[in-house]
Design a protein around this ligand. Sequence first.
Ligand SMILES: [Zn+2]
Length: 201
Amino acid sequence: MGVVLHTHLDEVSKILTPKLNDGAYPCLILNADYQPLSYYPLSLWSWQDAIKAVCLERVNVVDFYAKTIRSAHSEMLLPSVLALKDFVPQNRSPAFTRFNLFLRDGFQCAYCGCENELTFDHVIPRRLGGVTSWQNIVAACSPCNFKKGGRSLKEARMILQHKPFQPSMHALQAQGRKFPPGHLHETWLDYLYWDIELERE
Ligand SMILES: [Zn+2]
C-alpha cells in the first residue's frame, strides 16, 4: 500500500491524540510468507509494538484500521495487519507445554472425548516407569483421570482414542486453526481462513 509513514520511533512514546487503551487495536502479525506467525494463540501485537516495528522498518504494512494517531509532527493510520520482512522458520519443535499438549489433543479428553475439567494423564503411570513426555501424556478429563488412577490402560480397561505423539509445529498450527479467537477484525480474515464464507454482494 502506497502510504508513506513519517512517524519516527522516538515519536511513538509521544503520541498526542487520541489516548488509546493498551488492548485496543491489536495488529495481526504475518510471517514473510503472509501466513499468520501463529494461529493459536493468534499472533497479535499491541498497537504500540506494531507502530514501533513499522518505524524500525521490520515489517510491511498490509492493512489498516480506520483510526489515525497523531504525534507532534506526523500522523498515521493504525496498522491492523503487518507482515514481517524476514521469514521466521516454523520448523522448530513446539515447546512441551500444558497449553500445546491440550492443543494437540484438541482440548478434549483422550479417553472419552469430553471437553470439561481437563487435566493430564500419564498413559503409562509413573509407578510403572512412565515418563512425562509428548508420547506418554494425554489430556484427560477429571472423571477419566480419577477412574484410571495409577493404573495402566490394560489394568484400568480404558482405551485411548488416539496415541500420544510429538506434534510438529505445522501440526499444532493446523490444529490451532480449528479454534478461532473470539474477536476477529475484518481485515484479518483474508489471512486466516480459506474456508470462511465469503460475504455475498
Ligand atoms: Zn474423559
